[in-house]
Each structure stands twice: as structure tokens, then as C-alpha cells.
Design a protein around this ligand. Sequence first.
Ligand SMILES: NC(=O)c1ccc[n+]([C@@H]2O[C@H](COP(=O)([O-])OP(=O)(O)OC[C@H]3O[C@@H](n4cnc5c(N)ncnc54)[C@H](O)[C@@H]3O)[C@@H](O)[C@H]2O)c1
Ligand SMILES: N[C@H](CO)Cc1c[nH]c[nH+]1
Ligand SMILES: [Zn+2]
Length: 441
Amino acid sequence: MISRIDMRGSLPEDLRDVLPRAELDVEAALEKVRPICDDVRHRGAAAVRELTAKFDGVEIATTRVPAEVLEQALAELDPKIRAALEESIRRARLVHRDQRRTDATTQVVPGGTVTERWVPVDRVGLYVPGGRAVYPSSVVMNVVPAQEAGVGSLAVSSPAQKAFGGLPHPTIMAACALLGVDEVYSVGGAQAVAMFAYGTEECAPATMVTGPGNIWVAAAKRLLKGRIGIDSEAGPTEIAILADETADPVHVAADLISQAEHDTIAAAVLVTTSPELADAVEKELPGQVSATKHSERIAEALGGRQSGIVLVSSIDDGLKVVDAYAAEHLEIHTADAAAVAARVRNAGAVFVGPYAPVSLGDYLAGSNHVLPTGGCACHSSGLSVQSFLRGIHVVDYTRDALAGAAAHVSVLADAEDLPAHGAAIRARFDWQVPATTETSD
Ligand SMILES: NC(=O)c1ccc[n+]([C@@H]2O[C@H](COP(=O)([O-])OP(=O)(O)OC[C@H]3O[C@@H](n4cnc5c(N)ncnc54)[C@H](O)[C@@H]3O)[C@@H](O)[C@H]2O)c1
Ligand SMILES: N[C@H](CO)Cc1c[nH]c[nH+]1
Ligand SMILES: [Zn+2]
């Protein structure tokens, strides 16, 4: 059901190349999504509707969901789901509110200041997946940080559901209404990202697109990055678990399965110092897999080349392996788990010890579940308030403060063979370098 790589002894030098990864990666998916995005760019809403018919199997007359349909979905929401969503929102708000930035002004020299102003992007398109599963929790994870960042215009898009007459799933619409979002589109996949990037007759373009999705969504985000801002490439789910002999194989198996449940190309990787644990997890998996609803999808994910058990000689080596892998989610099931977790450098989110499973973070920890995949956690962060903000430097110098900098600017400009830069300073002082030179405050 799951393959094994034995790295006891010495670790290979090219760790990243030998670790499990899916065959279909974002790079490979790019060529498939390029014509989809081009089509939306040139033909707008008509292309979006045709692509929806092709990929989601449903004809839609319009892409925008009427506001009253959202309100109706909220009115009809199961009270238990509403209560759980409200608690998820409350906890997420606590964490994301603490991420807000305050402007900082630094006096560099007398009369010379630099202020960093934090300004939210104007309009965001928030993607909420809805193919194999539906993700009202991703409405929360997208909308809460965007709202806390102060973004003025928020639009959500989620795949049209054949079973619901071409609307997004009712729970997704209800979650939008619960959060006060009234601009929602029934569009999924790469065409949703392109719709936000280029705009259509029915949807104004966004400056930024965030949110999780399958490989096609992640590829469209990579393709259109630059035209739009994106968060991370939050593609097919990954879980890595670093464990020693103290880990409970039942928990480890359950957690691997929980994330394999997302996608046939979801990745589940156990890195362990204990061959006995590896054996016990392998023994535990088939029973738990066959007992669960999506056993076929999970078996395919666990059996794929993106999943595996990696044996290592020590926790130090295990840390090197998980850092090279840079998983979206990393669980630590070792003795002194907090100390081991503190040494991790690359992961989208780290889950410490036996009582912090990834599925807690998926819904209710307060942390964000929109996280970088495919190794991007070595350079990207999960979705946060910061994702929606730009820091703008505001430079304010008096005449005297500029005079104090003039000589150094001229020297550096000449050193770069850009003398007009120095001249732009001298133009303010009768084309001379003023006598005073401030070197410290
Ligand atoms: N990294 C994260 O933060 C994170 C969080 C939650 C979910 N996820 C991932 O999100 C994904 C959700 O996937 P999903 O499929 O359920 O929903 P989705 O909404 O991401 O994708 C569904 C859409 O994909 C498009 N599509 C389907 N097949 C296609 C094809 N062959 N070519 C082009 N487009 C195609 C369709 O338009 C459809 O609307 C999973 O991979 C899950 O692991 C990631
Ligand atoms: N584990 C997913 C992130 O990869 C998030 C999620 C939403 N719902 C369930 N799980
Ligand atoms: Zn999950």
C-alpha cells in the first residue's frame, strides 16, 4: 500500500531529488492550463461558461450568484454546521487579528524619515475548492485574513455543482453569507483564476488571487502570477510526519490517511527512526483505509510515488529529510516534540505532539490551512493578513537632510556610472554638491 525508502546510514546528497513527489507537478500542468487561461482572456464570460460545461458538467446561464441565493443558503444551513463554522471563524479571527501590521516611522537623520505604510490590496479573488470535496472551511481561511487586512473588495469563486443546478455548494454559499461576502461566482479550476486575473463582462478583475486548489488551480496561479499577485502555490495536499519509537502507529496511520483523503495525488510521507513503527503503521493502514468512505482515493494517494515511508538513522537526519521535503503540513511525533519542532526550518505549518493533528489545523486550531505545497514551503508562507498587504516606503527629507546626503549620493551614482542620478540632487543646490555631509544621526 505504501512504499519504503531506506536512508539509514548516510543520507543521499541530492535529497530533494530522491524524496517522494507526484509525477504530475505544477510545471507539467502549466501547458494544460495555458489555453484555458488564454481562452478566458480573449472570450471572457462565454469561455468561462463553456469551460464550466466541459470540466464541471453543468451549463450555467451566468457566473455570478445572486445575493438572495447566498442569504437563502445561510437561512437553510444546518445549525450544527453553522455553530462549527462560527467557532472556526472566531478562532481564526483571534490569530489573524494579531497578524495586523502597524505603520512604522524611522528617523534616519534629523529632518529625514522613512515610514513603512501597510496598505491592503484593492480587490481580491478568493478561490474555494469544490471538486472531489467541498470546502466551506477554505471560505473561512481565505476571507478572515483578507478582512482583517482591510481589503475593500472581496469576491469568492467556487466550482459550479451539477447537483445544485450550477451553483456552488450550499454550505460554501452559506459560509460566504455568514462572513458578509456577497460577491460569489460559480466557477472552478484554472478558469476561475483567469476570470479574476483578466476580468470578464460579469466579474471585475482582481489585483490578487489566493486560496487552495488542485494541480490545475495551482498551475493557473503560477502562470498568471505577475499579472495578479498570488499567495503561495497551495496545491494538492501533503502531510509529512517525523516520528520515533514513542509514536502511536494508530494516530500516525490515521493522520496520513486524513490528508490522503483530499486527492489521488495527495502526498503522505512518514519519516521515522523506528523500523518497528514503520512496520506497525504499514500493518495499521489497510484496516483504517478500508473502513473509511473514500478508501479508493486514499489507497491511490498512499500507493502513489508521492507517498512513502522513509527510514532514517537519527532525528537529526530526519530533520534534514523533512527540511529538504518542505511539507505543507509536518507533524512531530517524537520524544520532546516541542524541542524537535523548534528545529524545523521548512514546513507550511508544524503540528506538535500527539494532540495536534493536521485535521485540527484544517478546521479549528485558529491557524490558516491555505499552505504552500510542492516544496514551496522553503520559500513561501501560508495565507495570512500579511499576504494581502503591501509595505510602501514613504520617504520624507528636508532640504538640510538632503544636503547632508548629497555628496554620498553623487559618489555612489558616479560609481554606478549613473551620473544623472547625482545631478538630480545637485539641481536642487545650484548644481553644486552642498558642503555639509551628515554621516550619522
Ligand atoms: N494546499 C492547501 O492549502 C490546500 C487546502 C485545501 C485543499 N487543497 C487541495 O485542493 C484540491 C481540491 O481539489 P478538487 O479537485 O477537490 O477541487 P478544485 O476546486 O481545486 O478543482 C476542481 C476544478 O478543477 C477543474 N478540473 C478538473 N479536472 C480538470 C482537468 N483535467 N483539466 C483542467 N481542469 C480540471 C474543474 O474546473 C473543477 O472545477 C485538492 O488537491 C486538495 O488537496 C489544498
Ligand atoms: N488539509 C487541507 C490543506 O491541505 C485543508 C482542509 C480543508 N478541509 C479539510 N482539510
Ligand atoms: Zn485536510
